[in-house]
Design a protein around this ligand. Sequence first.
Ligand code: CMP
Length: 143
Amino acid sequence: MASNRTLAIIKPDAIASGKAGLIIAHLQKEGFAVRAARLVRLSKGEAGAFYAVHEGRPFYPELVTFMMSGPCMPLALERADAVGTLRTVIGATDPAEAAPGTVRKLYAESKGRNAIHASDSDENATREIGFFFTEGELAGLWG
Ligand code: CMP
């Protein structure tokens, strides 16, 4: 059965352009409840570790530099079929290819500066939620 939890990160471009509130409202309108949130500035080590699955790919150094360039906002989200639904709601990686009305079509600048990250599997959602939030924190926050 699909899990009801996933992780989003509002990326530094969207925080810097003041779009965080609009993006959170968009996600809530799509039925997601925010169970945990935090504004963080990632170190190089943290950004590199979070995206370790992409290590060695040509865009990895740029991705790590971008993710540590300013504050970002991880969100632990809940709704039915959370992972699949969130990926549909945010749209394609490249905003030029994203469907109308998706978060990236509305708020992203480019494939690199693309406003939001979302977990791509239930397994990664568990790992990524754990990257930012402790079990103890979540136990007190999750309904
Ligand atoms: P995200 O969903 O956060 O996962 C990895 C990120 O790498 C992706 O969004 C993009 O922002 C970034 N990226 C930059 N260039 C590319 C590329 N050519 N292919 C895939 N992802 C890329």
